[in-house]
Design a protein around this ligand. Structure first.
Ligand code: NDP
Length: 288
């Protein structure tokens, strides 16, 4: 069997095109331009790259981007003051505080200060609660992107056994909630799980969100399963060149799985596309 290679790059392009159409419609019908404020504290090089990409893609979709860079020594008070002003700004529909934050700032405390109606990352406990009670949440962007990728090859999720490896607030837990809301039977695995390979072999849908390069081997995968690889790990190849790999041994998985996402080019590109979709949704809700 050769698995379908799920193309996250192509699907992200489609999501961005749909967002651009939605933005144009909102401007035409309500005179509202969706605005996304991105707050970066400190000079983490990886965060700077993510933020640049977010700004570029926000503007390419016709939205307004507000960019706030604060020094790494910024106090809690001045960060919360900025967030309060963004909460009150009618031109800002989505607020994203780039994580990780410097050690003296508590991410939970900062996220809880964002108006849940502008929390397009879906990390505020109000949105987490909405997600777990089948309400109207903003869903964290990476799991939301994974669900769209999954549905492209597996439209009928109900009754399938989904195993999610990883229980972080950003990926594993919200992914499990989304799958449960689609009526999958969900198992969440983590570092204390016994016989992880045996558990994974029972999965019709396997999501790896661990951060361990190529941990999931071919013989962990049930033949025909859909495998979503969220992991982003930098390793050195045999020639000493640095390259990105996921949490799944992709080449080996191709011979067993029914469909599998590559890294790069899987859930990664979908994450920013879903952030834009969430920002458009926040702007639409503001005029509803
Ligand atoms: P975290 O480090 O927050 O969580 C990792 C999870 O994996 C934890 O729940 C941990 O278990 C579990 N874990 C660690 N080792 C093992 C093991 N040997 N067996 C089973 N479970 C294990 O990571 P994130 O959720 O933030 O990210 C996961 C991966 O996804 C990373 O590679 C990250 O770079 C990537 N990522 C990709 C994104 C994208 O845009 N595509 C966005 C966000 C993340 P425990 O809780 O017991 O410690």
């Amino acid at each position: 069997m050769t698995a379908i290679r799920i193309d996250g790059k192509a699907m992200a392009e489609q999501v961005r095109a749909d967002v651009a159409t939605g933005v144009a419609e909102l401007k035409a019908t309500h005179g509202v331009t969706p605005g996304l404020a991105v707050v970066l504290v400190g000079e983490d090089p990886a965060s700077e790259v993510y933020v640049r990409n977010k700004i570029k893609q926000t503007e390419a979709c016709g939205m307004t981007s507000f960019h706030h860079v604060l020094s790494k020594d910024t106090t809690r008070e001045s960060l919360l003051r900025l967030i309060r002003s963004l909460n009150e700004d009618p031109e800002v529909h989505g607020i994203l505080v780039q994580l990780p934050l410097p050690g003296h700032l508590d991410a939970k405390d900062v996220i809880e200060s964002i108006d849940p109606a502008k929390d397009v990352d879906g990390f505020h406990t109000a949105n987490v609660g909405e997600l777990w009670t089948e309400g109207q949440p903003f869903v964290p962007c990476t799991p939301l992107g994974c669900l769209k990728l999954l549905k492209s090859v597996c439209p009928d999720i109900a009754g399938k056994h989904a195993v999610v490896i990883g229980r972080s607030n950003i990926v594993g837990r919200p992914m499990a909630a989304l799958l449960l809301n689609e009526s999958a039977t969900v198992t969440i695995a983590h570092s204390k799980t016994d016989d992880l390979p045996g558990l994974c072999r029972q999965a019709d849908i396997l999501v790896a969100a661990v951060g361990r390069p190529q941990m999931v081997k071919a013989d962990w995968i049930k033949p025909g399963a859909v495998v979503l690889d969220v992991g982003i790990n930098r390793i050195e190849d045999d020639a000493g060149q640095s390259k990105l790999v996921g949490d799944v041994d992709f080449d080996a998985a191709l011979s067993v799985a029914g469909a599998v996402t590559p890294v790069p080019g899987g859930p990664g590109p979908m994450t920013i596309a879903c952030l834009l979709a969430n920002t458009l949704e926040a702007a639409k809700r503001s005029v509803a």
